[in-house]
Write a protein that binds this ligand. Structure first.
Ligand code: NAD
Length: 258
């Protein structure tokens, strides 16, 4: 893994590294030669993933913690510099989804969703920009959602938080292009990950049959697998997207938000 890849020598920080999409992103970054800092609140999963990457010949370090902890968040870039010696790529992938319309949303739903989906990327990017500017540039990929671009039904807090990270991405893409820092976002529709599956389980549905039903609604025939999103994240993190700044890239298998 990673000996002669096109991201050889690049240093990446990935949040939500142990989740469905995060893990796929980490594996692809490492396979292309990047050294990867793994941020996730699941310390065990992050450590296991780092170990797995090492066993495949790649380089990764686990930096576990909770992104609602402002001090942890503000220190992640410095921790990456200390552990890996630089920072070229930030993937703001961690996120959570709370269901419901506005009358069903609690203060906690709103505060937690905004803290993880919006404030954490704000804090990480704020500390990453000066480091990247000093190094002559970098790339940042945020994870918005198709539901942050179009209003999906009965997910008021989630859609609002994803619209905020989409707007942040467009602002940053404009503000920091002159420093050769490119900021873009991937906007998936449904993806086959623990986030989606646990959502079905909470509602008393069998995840496998619920996903089979969802697959039938997608023109390409199936909801996204994490690797199909990770490939787009890698594109946005790499020089292949070198003229893109502030783009919101929808990855939806042809399925619109209803
Ligand atoms: N799955 C989908 O259908 C879908 C669709 C569109 C966008 N997204 C977005 O993709 C991203 C990844 O989602 P996923 O489907 O892989 O979800 P996931 O639940 O599999 O992974 C999310 C990861 O984020 C971590 N995380 C959550 N809160 C955290 C916190 N406070 N501190 C540190 N880590 C925390 C979790 O531990 C987990 O490993 C999210 O931003 C999500 O909103 C997902």
């Amino acid at each position: 893994m990673g000996q002669q890849g096109e991201l050889q020598g690049k240093i990446a920080l990935v949040t939500g590294a142990a989740g469905g999409i995060g893990q796929a992103v980490v594996e692809k970054l490492a396979a292309k030669g990047a050294m990867v800092a793994l941020a996730d609140m699941s310390a065990d999963l992050a450590e296991n993933l780092a170990q797995d990457i090492h066993e495949k010949g790649g380089q990764a370090v686990a930096l576990p913690g909770n992104l609602t902890d402002k001090a942890y968040c503000d220190g992640l870039v410095a921790a990456t510099l200390k552990a890996l010696g630089g920072l070229d790529i930030v993937i703001n992938n961690a996120g959570l989804m709370r269901r419901g319309n506005i009358t069903e949303a609690s203060d906690e739903d709103f505060a937690l969703s905004m803290a993880v989906n919006v404030e954490a990327p704000f804090r990480l990017i704020r500390s990453a920009i000066p480091v990247m500017a000093d190094r002559g540039g970098g790339t940042i990929v945020n994870t918005a959602s198709c539901w942050g671009v179009y209003p999906g039904p009965d997910h008021l807090v989630y859609c609002t938080s994803k619209a905020a990270i989409a707007a942040m991405t467009r602002c940053l893409g404009r503000d920091h292009a002159h420093q050769n820092i490119r900021v873009n976002a991937v906007c998936p529709n449904e993806v086959n990950t623990p986030m989606l599956r646990t959502g079905f389980a909470i509602r008393g549905l069998d995840p496998d049959s619920a996903i089979a039903d969802l697959n039938a609604t997608v023109p390409l025939g199936h909801i996204a697998e994490p690797q199909e999103i990770a490939d787009v994240v890698l594109f946005l993190a790499s020089d292949h997207s070198r003229y893109m700044c502030g783009a919101l890239v929808e990855v939806n298998g042809g399925k619109p938000v209803y």
